[in-house]
Design a protein around this ligand. Structure first.
Ligand SMILES: C[S@@+](CC[C@H](N)C(=O)[O-])C[C@H]1O[C@@H](n2cnc3c(N)ncnc32)[C@H](O)[C@@H]1O
Length: 393
């Protein structure tokens, strides 16, 4: 073993996964595998204004298609007995390896549940004018056998998607600077991707295996979500990076900070949290009209980041009597003056202009209200929060 954290929830093995998998005594609730894609062939991409190589390292050097199949079949066969009967496996790839992975999973008796398309919201431009820009990766999700009953947190995924069924196309950004503070891995996966995968397919306290750990993104996301992790990696530098990332989140402030960042998907639906006096709130619920003071002291309108993704409004009175409603139109608002609001039975007193949000006045149930809705001096200022703040993971 290369490293075990003091809380024993994070463990790394050093060596060739093909040798180590056979020696692992545990069984796992989930396996996440980000194997070599075998795309390092001397290709180029544009980075900043420069053309740079797409090569990732020796471990990713292109192999013959037989070589790719043989490698994939070997590690997939070895993973099968390590997965609990109701467990699932996720495997990433691009066209370079994903068809081989699909074939090998089927050969090993796995049953495919979904193929997720990760659509990168900020892809780097690829070089050349003879093809579309490469902006997606695929993740195969499979269960152990066709008869196996696997776990899927359908309700949570639906809620994370604003109450609508979540599709198999996930629009998420690539890895951000905030997750590279301990160092970089050439093919590091974003924590936000693992966040969704782990929440969809595991419960708190369960254990996840990653046979190609890299910088241990899987382990960091697992621990941030209260799951345990075992990773295998052959490269000492990447093992060290994984250990450093784990030690970083042992600081409780960093832990909370990273957890928040990971849950805050720039494409995620948001909720506007608005305090109103009791009578005003009642009138808002009756009319389906919520208003906030518009602008700063100079009179200019400041629209905060996340406003355009706003789909719900939470009304409260000094942190009490919270109710959530769905907006009639996502991210849309009107500007009304004081007199117009008065015609709807409100008595606004602070400003000449107001932002008006219209909502369906049918209360939405089943949300967990975070206990910091009332934040003392900021209680009277409307705040935008990610929808995931309102679920209990
Ligand atoms: C695609 S990267 C994984 C990146 C990882 N998901 C992350 O977020 O950092 C694949 C990793 O597998 C490692 N690897 C490749 N072949 C291996 C093998 N046979 N045994 C162990 N590790 C291997 C590479 O060193 C590389 O770090």
């Amino acid at each position: 073993m290369y490293y075990q954290s003091t809380d024993e929830n994070f463990c790394l093995y050093k060596g060739d996964t093909l040798q180590i998998l056979g020696q692992i005594p545990n069984q796992f609730d989930m396996i996440f595998a980000d194997p070599p894609y075998f795309l390092s062939n001397g290709g180029k991409k544009i980075h900043g204004r420069r053309m740079v190589s797409v090569d990732k390292g020796e471990w990713d050097k292109i192999k013959s298609s037989d070589g790719i199949d043989k490698f994939n079949q070997e590690w997939i066969n070895q993973c099968k007995p390590l997965l609990k009967d109701n467990g699932t496996i996720w495997v990433c790839g691009t066209y370079h390896n994903i068809f081989s992975v699909e074939k090998c999973l089927k050969n090993a008796g796995f049953r495919i549940i979904n193929i997720i398309t990760w659509q990168k919201s900020d892809p780097t431009p690829t070089w050349g004018k003879l093809h579309f820009n490469f902006s997606s990766e695929y993740i195969i999700w499979a269960k152990k056998t066709s008869m196996a009953k696997h776990y899927f947190n359908y309700e949570l995924m639906k809620q994370l998607n604003g109450g609508k069924l979540m599709s198999d196309v996930w629009k998420l950004p690539t890895v951000g600077l905030w997750e590279k503070t301990c160092g970089k891995h050439p093919t590091q996966k974003p924590l936000r991707l693992l966040y969704r995968i782990i929440l969809a397919s595991t419960k708190v306290g369960e254990t996840i295996l990653d046979p190609f750990a890299g910088s241990s993104t899987t382990g960091i996301a697992a621990n941030l979500l209260g799951r345990n992790y075992i990773g295998i990696e052959q490269n000492e530098e990447f093992l060290h990076l994984g250990k450093k990332r784990k030690m970083d989140i042992e600081n409780p402030l960093r832990f909370v900070d990273m957890q928040k960042h990971m849950a805050d998907n720039p494409n995620e639906i948001t909720v506007i949290v608005n305090h109103a006096r009791r009578e005003t709130k009642e009138r808002m619920v009756e009319t389906g009209i919520c208003y906030l003071r518009a602008g700063d002291s100079e009179g200019s309108l400041c629209v905060t980041h996340g406003f355009e993704r706003m789909e719900y409004v939470l009304l409260h009175t000094s942190g009490e009597n919270c109710q959530i409603f769905k907006l009639k139109r996502k991210g849309c608002f009107q500007i009304w003056n004081k007199e117009t609001l008065e015609r709807y039975g409100f008595s606004p007193s602070h400003a000449a202009y107001y932002i008006v949000l219209k909502f369906d006045n049918k209360e939405i149930k089943g949300f967990k209200i975070p206990n910091n809705i009332k934040e003392r001096i900021n209680t009277y200022r409307a705040k935008i929060r990610p929808l995931s703040d309102f679920f209990d993971f």
